[in-house]
Design a binder for this molecule. Structure first.
Ligand SMILES: Cc1cc2nc3c(=O)[nH]c(=O)nc-3n(C[C@H](O)[C@H](O)[C@H](O)COP(=O)(O)OP(=O)(O)OC[C@H]3O[C@@H](n4cnc5c(N)ncnc54)[C@H](O)[C@@H]3O)c2cc1C
Length: 438
């Protein structure tokens, strides 16, 4: 670790973990005037949201394709703040296309401009064969308490209510909560309604990283931080923490021990299990769900219907397709069963679904799967059930200078990019300015 002699004691802030939560906290703290040191155990920043060159495919791919929406205000504010040169592809005007693999039906959600969501009244803009009253049920999310998404929205077989559940609430719950709808905490969908769906077309535009997640988020954030005198230390794991009577007094990081002066804040932005290891007295969620991603090199002529970069699939194994250049990426959230399958078998099954979903757009697609990389993130997010949701701690701890960030902390939001970035903002706001910056 490089020496830190130039930083006056009392103005330093320490952030553990350079995922999006830690990066967000570091950027905000540096903006408030703190001299930030950011420790990261891995060799690169970004955590669960990163890109890398895959030598087998010879392509830059993301660990998993990540979908944002234009109404993700904290994510968009961070991108603006760090001046990301290579931000996001945005589908504008907002459209979310779907295909039902069993019936072959296709539809596209097309929210209207302005805050009044009249698009749910227009049959051509909403899910086919659904009723307006079933959309109005969304207001029940505000007082969902401990109920699951299925508790609130599932209906009898064959009913319009069940159709909306299978074609809207269930896929949305699985994508947003990374938890099956029968177990997912409905209350966590309310902020998505309030901040996105009820704010009209301009908030609902799907966005994906232009080149890669690291190029959009992590790399420019580190560059921004370093340009303001912050230190990013990759490959430096914080192994242990020492405490005095009221707070953190030292960090054992890499091979050294760093003294933390009184008044200097420490933000832990590591996942729940790592947090529990460093701070055994802090309760954390204990259950996780996996996400499986498949990346196929499909060749330049490949297209998704309507020329859009994404497509939602209903009734299959694959849930979302994302096309970036000649790489088609597939997301399977809450993919507990899929995570256990042999990769070549899964790649073959999913490729058959892709051919059915996109056949008309790609008449030349071969029946055998093209080269494919399967990436399984076993602990992609916490299980967002009502019981696990109750275990999420807030940003402040009982130790005076220790703060928590991470998508799994109690942001009121689901464990997503937006939640992670907001958690970093919240921790920085709780800390405030360094004494010298008044
Ligand atoms: C495959 C996949 C697909 C996803 N898709 C979406 C999506 O479409 N949309 C969306 O919004 N969200 C999505 N997510 C969720 C999103 O990636 C996460 O919510 C977000 O990246 C979490 O950020 P974080 O900073 O809280 O945690 P992390 O990214 O886990 O960061 C924690 C960091 O702490 C580091 N660390 C751990 N222990 C130590 C230590 N002792 N010392 C130093 N460093 C340490 C880790 O190496 C890591 O870099 C997806 C996640 C996955 C895995």
């Amino acid at each position: 670790m490089p020496p830190d002699s130039a930083r006056p004691e009392g103005s330093r802030a320490w952030v553990i973990g350079a995922g999006l939560a830690g990066l967000s906290a570091a950027v905000r703290l540096a903006g408030l005037g703190w001299s930030v040191t950011l420790f990261e155990a891995a060799g690169q920043p970004g955590g669960r949201c990163r890109s890398f060159h895959d030598s087998a495919l010879d392509r830059l791919i993301d660990n998993g394709n990540h979908l944002l929406l234009s109404g993700n205000r904290s994510a968009m504010a961070l991108l603006r703040e760090i001046g990301a040169p290579d931000p996001l592809i945005e589908v504008s005007p907002a459209r979310l296309p779907f295909v039902d693999l069993e019936s072959g039906e296709r539809w596209t959600l097309r929210p209207n401009r302005g805050p009044l969501p009249w698009w749910v009244c227009a049959p051509g803009r909403r899910v086919p064969e659904t009723r307006l009253a079933d959309y109005a049920a969304a207001l029940k999310l505000r007082r969902a308490g401990n109920r699951t998404v299925a508790d609130l929205f599932d209906g009898p077989p064959g009913s319009a209510r069940r159709r909306l559940y299978e074609r809207f609430w269930e896929p949305m719950a699985v994508a947003v909560l990374n938890t099956e709808a029968a177990a997912g905490a409905a209350r966590l969908l309310w902020p998505v309604m309030a901040e996105i769906l009820l704010r009209g077309e301009a908030a609902f535009r799907p966005c994906i990283a232009q080149t890669g997640l690291s190029e959009s988020f992590a790399d420019p954030a580190v560059k921004w931080l370093e340009a303001r005198g912050g230190r990013f230390l990759p490959g430096v794991r914080v192994r242990a923490v020492s405490f005095d009577d009221t707070g953190v007094s030292a960090l054992a990081a890499g091979g050294e021990t760093v003294a933390v002066a009184p008044g200097e804040p420490v933000v832990s932005a590591v996942p729940p299990a790592a947090c529990a290891g460093l701070f055994p007295d802090i309760g954390t969620p204990t259950e996780y769900r996996p996400i499986v991603n498949l990346h196929y090199v499909v060749g330049d002529g490949f297209a998704l219907p309507g020329g859009l970069p994404l497509l939602g699939l209903i009734g299959g194994t694959a849930q979302w397709l994302f096309l970036r250049g000649d790489v088609l990426s597939v997301t399977i959230s809450a993919g507990v069963a899929e995570a256990a399958l042999p990769h070549d078998r899964l790649a073959g099954t999913v490729w058959q679904e892709i051919c059915r979903a996109t056949g008309a757009a790609n008449p030349g697609a071969s029946a055998s799967a093209p080269p494919c990389r399967v990436i399984t993130e076993k602990r992609a997010t916490i299980a967002q059930t009502p019981a696990q949701d109750r275990l999420r701690p807030g940003a402040r701890t009982r130790r005076r200078n220790l703060y928590l960030a991470g998508d799994w902390t109690d942001t009121g939001l689901p464990a997503t990019i937006e939640g992670a970035i907001r958690s970093g903002e919240t921790a920085a706001r709780a800390i405030g300015r360094p004494p010298a910056a008044g």
